[in-house]
Ligand binder design. Sequence first.
Ligand code: NAP
Length: 259
Amino acid sequence: MDLGIKGKRGLVTASSKGLGLGCARALAAAGVDLVMNARGAEALEAAADEIRREFGVAVTTVACDITTEAGRTEVLEAAGAVDILVTNAGGPPPGMWTDWDRDDFIGALDANMLTPILLMKACLPGMMERGWGRVVNITSQSVKSPIGVLGLSNSARAGLTGFVAGTARQVAPQGVTINNLLPGIHDTDRAVSLDQGVSQAQGISFEDARAQRIKTIPAGRYGSAAEFGETCAFLCSQHAGFIVGQNLLADGGAFNSTL
Ligand code: NAP
């Protein structure tokens, strides 16, 4: 399907690996010129080179921490006028509610709530002025169904979800859509580290921990970054202009509900 976004300019933060990279690749396949970001320069350059070679689009890279003000300033300066914004950052570490103090919450809020909000604040005015824009925030299934050990993520992402619910309706009249894409378990480095956490906490092997988590997914497998990216690219397409303020789960059916 032609997504109708060839020649648009997209910013995908935290995109050298995993879900962010899946989104960057799918947008590039649709002809979108990209600004990509991650902290580690080596993996970022390697990912960008592969995308340039494979899809022939222009890719600018900015190696920095997107959760800092300096990092956001650098990325936004390089990005300029973007038509498509995909926000992403690393997820907070697992733990127990008894472990976390104020600084832990502030760190999670900075990374997974305030960073996407500030990126949207910077990019939305230009999109509205030009009468077209797409924003997709990578959040988590934990927004719909809390994961106890990810209390920092549950808290921060709930705040972002509330902001998007109201703001998406305020910018829709100018042709700009904001939606959240909620990953269930996907086969990325993050999933490996969470599987390792389960393995250590329960004293079982890594393979048994993974098999145990797969049993919770009706699709019987982890999702792939590629299929997650294609879903994101569709939300960024011309065809998705009437999808506003939604929270779309990509979780293989793990969240059990009728609606
Ligand atoms: P991942 O495989 O660990 O990849 C994370 C990517 O983000 C890497 O490119 C990493 O590069 C970059 N990154 C991390 N922190 C950054 C920062 N502060 N500034 C700039 N770049 C940063 O993670 P993932 O599985 O794709 O997860 C992406 C998001 O989805 C996370 O917030 C995660 O919590 C959430 N999520 C994932 C799953 C899953 O099953 N995978 C499920 C639910 C929610 P550098 O390390 O070089 O910066």
